[in-house]
Design a protein around this ligand. Structure first.
Ligand code: SAH
Length: 338
């Protein structure tokens, strides 16, 4: 009964107290209602349009040691590669020809990719494809670096906060990584005029429902332009590789709650969700997600950006087919936050 009231208030007002969030997270009774209200909200803002982002995984080298991630520096079994400027540009060209108008350059924190190396790539992409957006997802960098990359033309930056609880953050990361550093990066990115994405893993090791409530409250306060969430998926060569995957139903419910809390936010149905379950991506869209990120990385590196095991590799054709099969359409536009 209490949860029912909280769900109705969320659908009406888009905000909730921590206690109300906890009520919704503790029961599945309101899930169907939340999902249908969230999709209605997404339909009001985006109609049946889904935006595609072409993901180019530029490097599997990483100087960090996040305990959940297969690319962590200590993972001797990880296969390391980095794409050349030529590789990146030809992946983008392929995507552009297929209608993509956002390129996401993602990678581990690879010292090779200095500002001097990234700036020309960003400038070339922006010059060749003036109607396309460039998104970066390259982890924590200095404010000066974010500034240079922004001045080179980068439009957006994805940097998940991973968890808003400092103690929980400490269980997922090595000692020298700090939640406060991550938060500072997010603030800097916003100040520099990027469209900024934050987010977290669902069902990460040691995560409690209270942590998730804290994540939702942080996101409400920070108001990112994009929110990336997906289930935790174990990578067997990491210290957290024996923990179970995050749950499908919790991830889908959280997408719905996020849509209701942030009607205009750009909300992907992530690769992790598609990897967790056949039909996971479709469930995400039905719960209010409006973005899908097909993979543009060249065939020679496929399977090597192994942040978790059995990562799905989905091409533009594959995701388009799935999206259209459930009554949604792709639009070949940048799809900026409005
Ligand atoms: N180095 C960049 C990109 C990291 S990969 C950065 O630090 O932002 C992008 C996201 O994948 C991470 O932010 C994390 O939330 C997610 N991820 C990493 N390992 C994962 C795992 N084992 N299961 C699910 N998601 C994972």
């Amino acid at each position: 009964m209490m949860a029912e009231k909280a769900a109705a208030r969320l659908a009406m007002e888009g905000t909730l107290s921590k206690e109300e969030i906890m009520l919704l997270l503790e029961t599945e009774a309101q899930d169907a209602y939340l999902i249908s209200e969230a999709r209605k909200k997404a339909d009001e803002v985006f109609g049946k349009t889904i935006y595609l982002r072409g993901l180019i995984e530029i490097s599997s080298y990483c100087k960090n040691d996040c305990l959940y991630c297969g690319l962590r520096k200590s993972n001797k079994k990880a296969v390391r590669y980095r794409l050349s400027e030529e590789d990146i540009l030809s992946a983008a060209e392929e995507g552009y020809k297929n209608g993509l108008r956002t390129f996401v350059l993602q990678g581990g924190e690879d010292g090779y990719f200095t500002d001097d190396r990234l700036v020309p790539v960003i400038e070339t992409l922006k010059a060749k494809y003036p109607d396309a957006a460039v998104t970066l997802s390259l982890g924590e960098r200095s404010k000066a670096s974010y500034k240079r990359l922004r001045e080179a033309g980068a439009d957006r930056y994805l940097l998940r906060h991973e968890t808003a609880n400092p103690t929980h953050y400490g269980k997922l990361h090595p000692d020298k990584m700090r939640l406060s550093d991550r938060m500072e990066c997010l603030a800097n990115l916003k100040e520099l005029g990027y469209q900024v994405g934050a987010g977290f893993m669902v069902g990460s090791p040691y995560q409690t429902l209270e942590h998730i409530a804290e994540d939702l409250l942080f996101l409400k306060e920070f108001e990112p332009h994009m929110i990336g969430i997906g289930p935790f998926l174990p990578q067997k060569d990491t210290p957290l590789g024996t923990f179970p995957s995050g749950s499908l139903s919790m991830t889908v419910k959280l997408l719905a709650i996020l849509r209701l809390m942030h009607p205009r936010v750009l909300l992907p149905a992530t690769t992790a969700l598609a990897t967790l379950s056949k039909g996971g991506r479709e469930q995400g869209i039905r719960a209010g997600a409006n973005v899908v990120m097909p993979n543009l990385s060249p065939p020679k590196v496929r399977g090597k950006y192994a942040i978790y095991d059995e990562k799905a590799f989905e091409t533009i054709e594959e995701v388009t087919e799935k999206i259209e099969a459930i009554g949604f359409q792709i639009k070949n536009v940048r799809g900026d936050y409005k």
